[in-house]
Structures are given as C-alpha cells and as structure tokens.
Design a binder for this molecule. Structure first.
Ligand SMILES: NC(=O)c1ccc[n+]([C@@H]2O[C@H](COP(=O)([O-])OP(=O)(O)OC[C@H]3O[C@@H](n4cnc5c(N)ncnc54)[C@H](O)[C@@H]3O)[C@@H](O)[C@H]2O)c1
Length: 317
C-alpha cells in the first residue's frame, strides 16, 4: 500500500510516516518545509517538496498512491485570529486540493488530522464526538470545515475517510522528531526555561481542582498508532468516521508544571498571569468510540510523555 503523507516532515507527520514505513507501507512525504524539518525525513527516499495550496503539485504527488494521510496545515491558533485568510487558504484550500486530486486519481482512502479545537466550550467531564461543535478560532473553524468537506466530497466521490480529532499532543519517539513549534504548553515551558524566564500560567481562578485549566495530553507515538489503525480500518471497509484521540485523562497546568519540574530536574518558578480569552476551563476526550471501533488504546504515562519531550528538546540542534 502506497501512502501519501502530507505534512510528513512535521512533528506528528514524521512519527506517522516512520511508523507506517516500519509496518511495511510505502510512504511518499509531501511537505513544503515551511515548518517541516529535513532531519525528520532522512529515512525516506520519496519526498515531494510542494505546497498544498498548489493544486497541480498535489495532483502530481497523488500519482500511484492508494491512500492519503493529510496532516499539512498551519496550526497556530493566535495567528489564525490575526491572519484568518492564511489559515482558510492553507487548511481548507489545501484539503480541497487533496480531495480534488484524490478524486481525479481515484485514490479512495483518507485519514485527516482534525483537532479538539472544533468543539464548543463544554462543562462535560469527557467530550464525545457527537457533542456540539463551534470552534472559537479560525484555526478550529478550518478543521471543522475540512471535516465537512471530506464528508460531503467523500460521499459523492466514494472516498472513505477517518478524521482524527487530536487533543494536546506531546512527547517524541526520537530526539530528531521533537516539536519545534512554540504554541503549546510543554514547548512554551522549554522555551521560557532556555531564555531564563519563568513559564506563565494563564489564570489560576478557573473552577477546577487547583484553579488552572485542565487538558487531555496524548503521546505522539500513541497518536501515530491511531493513524495506523485508522488506515487498516479503511483497508477493511468503507467508512466516514470522526474519532477523538486523547488519553481520556485530564491534567491541570499545575500538574503539568510539576511533572515538567521532575523531568527537567529544575525549579521552574511559574508565574500566574491573566486568563487568555477563549480558554475553556476543561477539555478532556472521551475515547470510548475509538477504543470500541478500532481497538486503539493509549499506552504512555504523563511521565513518559514529558521525559521524551525533554529528551528531544535537549537533543535538538
Ligand atoms: N500538535 C498538536 O498538538 C495538534 C493538535 C491538533 C491537531 N493538529 C494538527 O496536526 C497536523 C500536524 O501538526 P504538527 O503539530 O505536526 O505541526 P507541524 O507544523 O510540525 O506539521 C505540519 C507540517 O505541514 C507542513 N505544511 C504546512 N503548510 C503547508 C503547505 N501549504 N504545503 C505543504 N506543507 C505544509 C509544514 O511544513 C509541517 O511540516 C496539523 O494539521 C495540525 O493542525 C496538531
């Protein structure tokens, strides 16, 4: 089975591509290296350097493929607010190009990187796939629009699809695969530490056990495994599904900082600042659906997630 992995030189894409290759799939990486790193794809021969917004390039890269894992996207929530056009062009336009090329080249299996950012703010203990969606940011909106596009085009063009709504992805399976973005809690803490600054906790007056926001963290290797089982499902039958991918467990920012201090063996001296507009107090995935349908279960502990993230950060050049 030949699989086109868009965004394959990215943080998550590299983990997915490596796992697919280890499992006997033939992988073609598609990336414009805007945030991808060459060091992450050094074990791959078939690399297509192209922009997902370039329809001709996407069409050309689709030649000979049997399936697509579509990860290429811009992902900075804050930037999506200041520059929504960039996000709609890349994320929605890119998905349209992938679907158009799949349709023309008769490629009928698609796994899509969606996000927990599609959900409305919720007070529920665990968010289910059927819960209301009302993204707070243009970034979240591009993911929901892409899901809808995939669903409608998939029905009309017989493209089987699974959209995976990732929660907060952390960790690394290899030093060279680490997350080079600075948008999420763990990389932000590393960046602050390296600059000799205190990490910020945005609000400690939320209605949670210690007043800080609670999120669901998933090890990137567990997430990569979810792509593998999703692809296997698409090989078995025609589906159009959406699944949450998280650990099903919530950790507060304070608990995360505690674990970071242990893994890094430092005193981070965090400072509490004002709440950020739009942050939900709590976001935890219900993972019952993916466990039931695909038999997928996360394995990594919080310690393993943070230890591996710190190892990658220390080893990053
Ligand atoms: N990291 C997270 O916590 C998280 C959570 C939810 C969803 N996601 C989604 O997962 C996917 C991968 O995220 P990531 O964390 O690995 O980010 P990343 O930035 O490391 O990977 C994205 C890759 O896509 C490439 N890319 C971006 N725009 C492109 C374009 N126009 N043409 C070709 N390539 C392009 C980048 O160069 C990069 O290699 C994204 O779709 C993101 O929205 C990530």
């Amino acid at each position: 089975m030949r699989v086109l992995v868009t965004g394959g030189a990215g943080y998550i894409g590299a983990h997915v591509s490596e796992l697919l290759q280890e499992n006997g799939y033939s992988v073609r990486i598609f990336d414009d290296f805007s945030n991808g790193l060459a060091r992450r794809v050094k074990n791959f021969k078939d690399i297509f350097n192209g922009d997902i917004t370039d329809r001709e390039a996407v069409l050309k890269s689709m030649e000979g493929m049997d399936a697509v894992i579509h990860l290429a996207a811009k992902k900075a929530v804050g930037e999506s607010v200041s520059n929504p056009l960039k996000y709609y062009t890349n994320n929605v336009g890119g998905t349209m190009n992938v679907l158009a090329a799949m349709s023309l080249k008769k490629v009928n299996k698609l796994v899509f990187s969606s996000s927990a950012a599609v959900y409305s703010p919720s007070e529920r203990d665990a968010i289910e796939e059927s819960d209301p969606t009302e993204p707070l940011s243009p970034y979240g909106a591009t993911k929901l629009l892409s899901e809808q596009l995939i669903n409608k085009v998939g029905q009309a063009e017989q493209i089987s699809s699974i959209s995976l709504r990732y929660f907060n992805v952390v960790g690394s399976s290899k030093v060279e695969f680490g997350d080079n973005s600075r948008d999420n809690l763990v990389p932000k803490v590393f960046a602050a530490y390296k600059e000799g600054k205190s990490p910020e906790i945005y609000g400690a007056d939320y209605p949670t056990k210690d007043g800080t926001c609670i999120r669901d963290y998933i090890h990137v290797q567990d997430l990569a495994e979810a792509h593998l089982v999703a692809l296997k499902q698409l090989e078995l039958k025609e589906v159009a599904e959406v699944y949450n991918v998280g650990s099903g467990t919530g950790y507060s920012v304070e608990e995360m900082i505690d674990q970071l201090e242990k893994s890094m063996a430092v005193d981070l001296k965090p400072v509490t600042t004002a709440r950020r507009p739009g942050d939900s107090p709590k976001l935890i995935a219900s993972i019952k659906k993916i466990e039931k349908d695909l038999g997928w279960r996360p394995k990594a502990t919080l310690k393993e997630m943070i230890d591996s993230a710190w190892d990658a950060e220390k080893g990053a050049k």
